[in-house]
Design a protein around this ligand. Structure first.
Ligand SMILES: *[C@@H]1O[C@H](CO)[C@@H](O)[C@H](O)[C@H]1NC(C)=O
Ligand SMILES: *[C@@H]1O[C@H](CO)[C@@H](O)[C@H](O)[C@H]1NC(C)=O
Length: 693
C-alpha cells in the first residue's frame, strides 16, 4: 500500500478546500528538518516545488536525505472523528488544518487546527549540545505533541503515531525483526534488520544497529505492530490499538509492518496536554578506522562511554526532555541574538536552518577522555573526514565549541602520523563513511594545496581559541611538512582541482594561491606559539614576500571595477575570493593583506551578482552558499547584506525539495545538475559569527 494523498495536499498550494493556508516563519525552507541528529537519523519533510507539497506535515511522506521514504504517520481523534496530522497514508482520514510553521536552530514546530475544536502544537526537536558531550552522544530525536481545546469546550482526544520499517533499512526487501517492552517508565518498540551488516549501508541508511521508537508508559497508552493498513485502521475506528505484537518477521515492504502508539488523553480542555515521543538508532561500533596499529579498528559510538546499554541510553534520553529542551533553547537564543546583531533577520533565517544540518552529519565516537568526531560528506559521494568539507563547516564548530574541531582533525592526524599515507601533502579524506580505511597507497582525490592550507589554518584557528599550544607541538612535524608544500606551490599553483572540484581543474588559481599564502603566515604563527623561532622567521618571510607578488599576478587593475581574476592573467575571469576569510579568521587582518584588497572585492561583487547570489566563478552561473558567506563575513556592510539577502531569498524561492543545497544555479535557484543536499558545509553560514572580536 503506497498510495499517497499528495493530490489532497496539492489543494493546499492553491488555498483550496482541505487546508487553510499556513504561515511559514522565518521562511519556507526547501525541506523541513524533522529528526536530524546524525548521519543515520536524518529525516526531513520535502517542501519545494520539485516534489514537496509546500510544507504541510499532513499529505507528504517524510524522507531520509537520500529520498527514501521514512514512513511516519500521525493521526488524532477528536470526539470520535479521526484526522491525519502527519504522513500520506493511503485512505487515511482527512488532514488537519495547518496554520503555522516555524523553525529555530533546534526545533521545527507545526500549529494545527483540528476542526475548530482542538489545537495541536507539534514540535520536532533535535538537540544540539556541543558543550555537553554526554548529551550530544545520544543519537535520538524528540517529537512532542501538545493538544488543547480551541473552542472553550472539552473534547475527547486520542493521538496516534507510528513509524514504518523504512527507518531501519534503506533496502525495502531486507527482513526486519522487532519487539516491544517497557523500562524506566518508557514504552518502546525496537526494530532491527535481521541480518546485521556492520559498517554497511543501503541507500545511505545504516544496515546495522537497533532503532528505538518510544513514549511514556502509563494510563491511556496502547501499542501494536502489524501491517500498516490494519494498525492505522484500528486507530481510526476505535481510538486504541490491540496491545499486540505481529510475530511474522518480514521484509520492510511485505505488508509494510508499522509500529504504532496511541495515547487516550480523555477530556481535554484549554490547558495543553503533551505527549512526548523519541526516535533513534543505537550502534555499539559506529566507525571502522585505520588509526594506530596496522589494521582497521572498530571505534565505539560515544554514548557507550556514558551508558552501560543502549536501553539505558534511550531511557535517559527520553526522561531528559526538560534539560535537553532547556539546553536547546539556550542555543536557539544565542544563535538568534548573535545573528540579529551581526546582520539582521535574513541572517538568522539562514543560520538557524544550518545548525541541525551541520551537526546531523557528525558521528560522535571514541571515549569521554578521547572523543573522535567523524563527518560524513553527505550527498557528494559520502566520503568520511573530507578536509575541505570540515574546513567550510568550521565556523559553526568554532562558534559552538572549538574543541570539536580538534576531535574532527584527530582522525586525520592519527591516520597520517601512524604512517598510513605515503604522500607529503595533506590527505583529502579517509575513505567512504563509515569506513575510514585511509589511503595507504596514496590514491585519494588529490587536492594538495587546498588540504595543506586547510589543515594548517584549522590547527591554528583551534589553538588560538583554546590556547592549546600542546596540540600544535604534538602535530608540529606534519604541519611543517604541509607548510613546506605551501612554500613550493602556493605562489604559482600547479594545475590542480580545488574543493570546488565540480568546476574542473585549473592552473594558477588565485583563490587557492591566497589560501596557501595565508597558510604560510599561519605556519609562522604556529612556529611562534611553539617556540620554533627559525621557522617563525622563515615561513613569515616567505609569506610576506609572496603576498605582493600574488597581488601583482592576481588582480586585474585595468578592469572597471578592478577585481581578482579566477586564474592569473585571465583578465575577464573572476571568482569569489573566499579564502581571504582565513586572514580575518586568524586575526592577521590588514597588517598582512591590505585593506585595499578587501575594499576592491566588496566594490566588485555587486557588479556580477545574479538573482540568488554571486557566482562562484566565471565558469558557471553556480552559486556556493558557504563560500558566499565566507566572502560576506569580510565584505563592506552593504555588500555583506546583499549576499545575505540573496541567500535568504533563495531559501524560500528555490524549487529544490531536498535538505538545503549549498550549490545552486544563481538565476533559477534550482540544482545545477548536481544534487548536493544536507551537507555539513552549511556550518560555513556562521562565518560572520566565528570571526575574532
Ligand atoms: C501553541 O502554539 C500557539 C500558537 O503559536 C501558542 O500561542 C501557544 O502558546 C502554544 N502552546 C504551547 C503549549 O506551546
Ligand atoms: C602560471 O603563472 C605563472 C606566473 O604568471 C606563469 O609563469 C605560468 O606560465 C602560468 N602557468 C600556466 C599553466 O598558465
Amino acid at each position: 500500500m503506497r498510495l499517497s494523498i499528495a493530490a489532497v495536499a496539492q489543494v493546499a498550494l492553491t488555498g483550496g478546500l482541505v487546508h487553510a493556508a499556513s504561515t511559514f516563519s522565518p521562511a519556507r525552507p526547501p525541506a523541513i528538518p524533522l529528526a536530524v541528529r546524525s548521519p543515520y537519523i536524518n529525516t526531513w519533510l520535502p517542501v519545494g516545488k520539485d516534489g514537496g507539497n509546500g510544507g504541510y506535515l499532513a499529505g507528504e511522506w517524510p524522507q531520509f536525505w537520500s529520498q527514501h521514504t521514512n514512513g511516519w504517520v500521525g493521526m488524532v481523534r477528536v470526539d470520535g472523528t479521526a484526522y491525519t496530522w502527519m504522513g500520506a497514508a493511503a485512505n487515511g482520514p482527512a488532514a488537519v488544518d495547518q496554520t503555522e510553521f516555524s523553525y529555530t536552530s533546534t526545533r521545527s514546530t507545526f500549529i494545527m487546527d483540528v476542526g475548530g475544536k482542538v489545537g495541536m502544537n507539534i514540535t520536532f526537536m533535535s538537540p544540539v549540545t556541543p558543550n555537553d558531550l554526554k548529551r550530544q552522544s545520544l543519537t535520538f530525536s524528540y517529537l512532542d505533541v501538545a493538544v488543547h481545546s480551541l473552542d472553550g469546550s472539552t473534547h475527547d482526544v486520542e493521538i496516534y503515531t507510528d513509524i514504518s520499517g523504512e527507518w531501519a533499512s534503506g533496502d525495502d526487501s531486507a527482513v526486519l525483526e522487532w519487539d516491544y517492552d517497557t523500562a524506566s517508565g518508557v514504552a518502546y518498540h525496537t526494530i532491527t534488520r535481521q541480518q546485521q551488516n556492520e559498517m554497511a549501508e543501503d541507500r545511505e541508511q545504516a544496515a546495522w544497529g537497533t532503532w528505538y521508537w518510544a513514549t511514556a508508559d502509563g494510563d491511556g497508552l496502547t501499542y501494536q505492530s502489524g501491517p500498516d493498513v490494519d494498525v492505522r485502521a484500528s486507530f481510526a475506528k476505535d481510538g486504541a490499538l490491540a496491545n499486540s505484537k505481529d510475530t511474522n518477521f518480514r521484509a520492510v515492504s511485505n505488508q509494510w509492518p508499522v509500529f504504532g502508539f496511541t495515547k487516550g488523553l480523555g477530556a481535554v480542555g484549554s490547558e495543553s496536554v503533551s505527549t512526548l515521543f523519541a526516535i533513534g538508532l543505537t550502534q555499539d561500533n559506529a566507525i571502522s578506522f585505520l588509526g594506530e596499529g596496522d589494521g582497521l579498528t572498530k571505534v565505539p559510538a560515544l554514548w557507550k562511554s556514558y551508558f552501560s546499554s543502549s536501553l539505558d541510553a534511550m531511557t535517559f534520553f527520553y526522561n531528559d526532555y526538560s534539560t535537553a529542551s532547556g539546553l536547546s533553547t539556550d542555543l536557539d537564543n544565542r544563535v538568534a541574538s548573535d545573528s540579529l546583531a551581526a546582520a539582521g533577520q535574513d541572517y538568522l533565517t539562514i543560520t538557524s536552518l544550518s545548525v541541525r544540518q551541520t551537526f546531523g552529519a557528525l558521528q560522535f565516537c571514541g571515549t569521554d577522555s578521547a572523543p573522535l568526531v567523524f563527518l560524513k560528506e553527505i550527498s557528494s559521494n559520502s566520503d568520511i573526514q573530507t578536509v575541505d568539507v570540515i574546513f567550510p563547516s568550521m565556523p559553526l564548530i568554532l562558534y559552538t565549541n572549538p574543541k570539536l574541531l580538534a576531535y574532527m582533525m584527530d582522525p586525520l592526524f592519527i591516520n597520517q602520523e601512524n604512517g598510513h599515507y605515503p604522500n607529503t601533502n595533506a590527505i583529502h579524506d579517509l575513505g567512504t563513511f563509515p569506513n575510514a580505511k585511509g589511503y595507504p597507497a596514496g590514491n585519494d582525490e588529490l587536492m594538495p594545496l587546498e588540504e595543506c592550507g586547510n589543515m594548517v589554518i584549522m590547527a591554528l584557528a583551534y589553538a588560538q581559541r583554546t590556547s592549546d599550544t600542546n596540540y600544535l607541538n604534538t602535530h608540529y612535524k606534519l604541519l611543517k611538512q604541509w607548510a613546506g608544500y605551501l612554500v613550493d606551490d602556493s605562489l604559482v599553483p600547479a594545475n590542480q582541482i580545488s574543493t570546488d572540484d565540480f568546476a574542473g581543474s585549473l592552473a594558477n588559481q588565485t583563490n587557492l594561491a591566497i589560501k596557501g599564502i595565508i597558510g604560510l603566515r599561519a605556519m609562522s604563527e604556529i612556529a611562534k606559539m611553539t617556540g620554533n623561532s627559525d621557522d617563525e622567521k622563515s615561513f613569515g618571510d616567505t609569506a610576506t614576500s609572496y603576498l605582493p607578488q600574488w597581488q601583482n599576478l592576481a588582480i586585474n587593475q585595468a578592469a572597471d571595477p578592478p577585481h581578482t581574476t579566477l586564474s592569473y592573467g585571465d583578465g575577464d575571469s573572476h571568482g569569489l575570493l573566499y579564502n581571504l576569510y582565513a586572514n580575518s579568521l586568524l586575526g592577521f587582518g590588514t597588517a598582512f593583506v591590505p585593506q585595499s584588497v578587501y575594499d576592491m572585492q566588496s566594490a566588485f561583487y555587486p557588479t556580477v551578482a545574479l538573482e540568488y547570489g554571486v557566482p562562484l566563478d566565471t565558469r558557471h552561473t553556480w552559486v556556493k552558499s558557504d563560500w558566499m558567506l565566507f566572502a560576506a563575513a569580510i565584505a563592506s556592510s552593504d555588500t555583506r547584506d546583499m549576499f545575505i539577502k540573496k541567500l535568504a531569498n533563495w531559501i524560500s524561492a528555490t524549487p529544490t525539495n531536498r535538505p538545503m543545497s549549498d550549490l545552486f544555479d544563481g538565476n533559477t535557484g534550482d540544482f545545477p545538475g548536481i544534487t548536493f543536499n544536507a551537507r555539513p558545509v552549511v556550518g560555513g553560514h556562521f562565518a560572520l559569527l566565528a570571526l575574532p572580536n
